[in-house]
Design a protein around this ligand. Structure first.
Ligand SMILES: Cc1cc2nc3c(=O)[nH]c(=O)nc-3n(C[C@H](O)[C@H](O)[C@H](O)COP(=O)(O)OP(=O)(O)OC[C@H]3O[C@@H](n4cnc5c(N)ncnc54)[C@H](O)[C@@H]3O)c2cc1C
Length: 361
């Protein structure tokens, strides 16, 4: 049996090395400022991803920008992927998706990638803490677990500004009704009289958490949401002396400081020589000395260039550029395909020169 076909259907697997175009099949309005976009391949493809992983989308706005979106659907429904996007006021990427992405439209992507994942069907006590659009990785993990069997012991706490801002509200309630291993607690910042709100009201606090999951100290915690929410969670857990060894968080803002860790093996730091090499930026004509430990991206900035970059960890692919001559050591995290490396492309954020090099910037 050829390993590149799923056993049951013989539909070829999505191959991130070769496949790079999704076709939009459906758009769903989730809340007043959140939409879900459902995609499949041009030809039928089976996607293989860990729930919680994301894809990087190339959006034709302001030239071309790249934005990452979590695959919010179930990893156990492999023939389509979906993303759930909050419209960020003034944000070019999310507004373009909301205004222009429609059934039939094609979009270039890379991935899936990312390490923020867990198996909620496994015998482990879990606590998901999400807020706003930060629910997407948790939703994928919960949907996947419910599809694959049932969550073993999952307490899922989701917070939103108001009941009408609560993404997947009905589906979450339904999943909790049908799966005894899933205990759901919805927390709304406000509770308008117009909504028959039966959940918690106010900000997520330690007394509230103790009520929802009294055994939270024994649970592995996964957290995702806006930076102030995650800061609040960390402060709350510090107050409760929670062991942060079992705390994992995902930030939707790669630039933000994250105190949490990521599940999975930490990436090995590249062996960098103690030497200084010359980097020539061909398009701009700038030349800079690249000292020990410096990346091509930091050297470009030192030269006064402003190349696009996002994650700084070789994951998102935003800083992809071409190595014109010379050699680099690149410790990427999945943000570049082997065929692109073969074509001489590199990710500037995680590449260190091994000799004098020329870069197409
Ligand atoms: C790994 C990863 C996964 C992501 N998954 C999702 C997802 O499932 N759904 C989703 O909506 N977004 C997700 N994002 C965020 C997404 O990539 C974009 O940053 C977001 O859509 C805003 O892009 P923009 O171009 O509209 O605005 P930008 O110009 O990039 O951002 C404008 C401002 O809004 C802030 N911001 C960015 N995202 C949000 C947000 N979701 N809510 C509130 N403020 C925000 C930014 O910090 C920035 O200050 C993810 C990001 C990462 C790194």
């Amino acid at each position: 049996m050829d390993g590149s076909f799923t056993e049951a259907t013989r539909i070829p697997l999505w191959d991130p090395e070769r496949d790079d175009t999704l076709v939009c099949r459906q758009v769903r309005q989730e809340t007043h400022d959140v939409k879900t976009f459902v995609f499949s391949g041009r030809e039928p493809r089976a996607f293989r991803f860990y729930p919680g992983q994301f894809m990087t989308f190339e959006l034709p706005v302001e030239g071309m920008i790249q934005r990452c979106y979590t695959l919010s659907g179930s990893a156990a429904r492999p023939y389509r992927v979906e993303i759930t996007v909050k419209r960020v006021p003034g944000g070019p990427g999310s507004n373009w998706l909301h205004d222009h992405m429609a059934p039939g439209r094609e979009i270039a992507v890379s991935g899936p990638m990312g390490e923020f994942t867990t198996d909620a069907t496994a015998e482990q006590k879990l606590l998901f803490l999400s807020a706003g659009s930060g629910i997407t990785p948790m939703m994928s993990m919960a949907r996947t677990a419910c599809d694959l069997g049932a969550p073993a012991d999952l307490a899922f706490v989701h917070a939103a500004r108001s009941p009408s801002d609560m993404i997947y509200r009905q589906e979450l309630s339904l999943l909790a009704q049908r799966n005894h291993g899933l205990k759901l607690a919805l927390v709304s910042g406000t509770a308008p009289a117009s909504d028959a709100w039966a959940g918690f009201t106010g900000r997520l606090s330690l007394p509230m958490l103790q009520l929802i999951a009294p055994d939270f100290a024994e649970r592995k915690i996964f957290c995702c949401g806006p930076a102030p929410f995650m800061e609040g969670v960390r402060a709350m857990l510090a107050e409760a002396r929670y062991d942060m060894e079992t705390y994992y968080e995902e930030s939707f803002d790669f630039g933000a400081e994250t105190a949490g860790s990521f599940e999975g093996e930490p990436e090995a730091a590249p062996e960098v020589s103690g030497q200084t090499f010359r980097i020539s930026f061909v398009k701009s004509g700038k030349v800079v000395e690249c000292g020990p430990g410096m990346t091509v991206l930091s050297a470009a900035r030192e030269a006064g260039l402003r190349p696009l970059s996002s994650c700084q960890r070789g994951i998102c692919g935003t800083c992809k550029t071409r190595l014109v001559s010379g050699d680099v050591e690149m410790a990427h995290g999945g943000g570049i395909r082997q065929r692109e490396i073969d074509q001489g492309k590199i990710l500037a954020c995680c590449s260190h020169p091994l000799n004098d090099i020329e870069i197409d910037l």
